[in-house]
Design a protein around this ligand. Sequence first.
Ligand SMILES: [Zn+2]
Ligand SMILES: [Zn+2]
Length: 472
Amino acid sequence: MQPALLNLPFTPGPDDLWFLPLGGCGEIGMNLNLFGHDGAWLMVDCGVTFEETAKGQQVQMADPAFIADRAEQLAGFIVTHAHQDHFGAVPWLWPMLEAPVTTTAFTANVLIGKLRRERVDAPVMTVREGSTHQFGPFTVTWLPITHSTPETNALLIETPVGRVLHTADWKIDENPVVGDGFDARQWQQLGDIDAVICDSTNALSPGRSVSEAALAADLTEEIAGAPGRVVVGCFASNIARLQTLGHVAEQTGRYIALFGRSLQQMAQAARGAGYLAESFNAIAPRDIGYLPRNEVLAIATGSQGEVGAALRRLAEDSHPDLNLDPGDRVLYSSRAIPGNEQRIKRLNAQFMERGIDVVHADASNRLLHASGHPCAEELEDLYRWVAPRIAVPVHGEPEHMVANADIARRAGAAVALTGRNGDLFRLGQTPSVLREAVPAGRMAVDDRGRIVPALPAIDPQRLRVDPDLPVP
Ligand SMILES: [Zn+2]
Ligand SMILES: [Zn+2]
């Protein structure tokens, strides 16, 4: 390390182990986390959020100025999984950092596609799940964990002065349909952990999340009972849901077609990484209009009512490849993200005016959607297995993080620290938080595709965005 760099403010010393979130702490979206030790930083995730502005929806992300100003100290840049709130800002922010991005194969496929479309020439290094790699003074082990997209990994981050588990997004799913089931032993055998940085999204929900595998029966019933075409709205990155719908199509004698660019890109990335079974045979959208109505199972983007997405175009009857008729059914295998309810309601009114049935997972007695995040009992399990000294809830609004902290204390953590973007969490023998240590601003992509400073949202409700929402 050059002496000049060590003189920069907030340079961690050899006895320090710091956590510094610049995005995603106090909100759900635009995650950007930094870990500091011995003159170096490790960056984990670089995501976007979707902000409603007067001009419509805008892509926003954390301002990386703090780490960009000391990019020589950046020892590693890791992406945990292929959700927009974790990797969506890489094409925009990478030119300010220029460190290679390290991730697993499926996420790399999705990320490389995005980088190409944005014409950003960032190197992407691929690692195997379960493997260990050195980034400056940080030893990092990828620990596979179940979530709603393949190859989501928690990270075990080890330094000579402490060991941290960064969970990323997760749930306990013994049968996730795609990839291996949750393995409790992996977490029980981690050894002494000083701190857990943990997903808070569903900390206010009691009980446990529903397994992805539990949806097949109800989706089959719902689709088998439809007399005409069925259009399923779901999140493009949920490869397990696509696989389940592939099985349902076989069972109900229907053909699948994917409507929307992000669905087609995700399916391609999944096949490239060895996911989606042979049985998942999507036909071209332009061919589906020729089939008898009861042989059609279209999967479409736009379950949040996004402008220009496939569901919206089907509602407006302006899709070039498919026109729906009275008696067809639109089925949402997704939840309404808080803030999007009115837009989805208006979309559904358009379908219903035309005599098209609408079934939404949020309003159905059947199990038509499963969340990818842990509920209270799952959080408690993880804290008991890992037994950290310190818990730091992130990936939530303040009330989610406070609920997560309470669970951690109940499960035996000596200290639970909550804070906001820009707070410096010191994870040493005497844990503490330095409030507002560094500026935590936002950047936005403007109308002309340029990166410009953005005002942070004032109303915390407007921070509620979808962790799984594809870029429209
Ligand atoms: Zn996620
Ligand atoms: Zn997330």
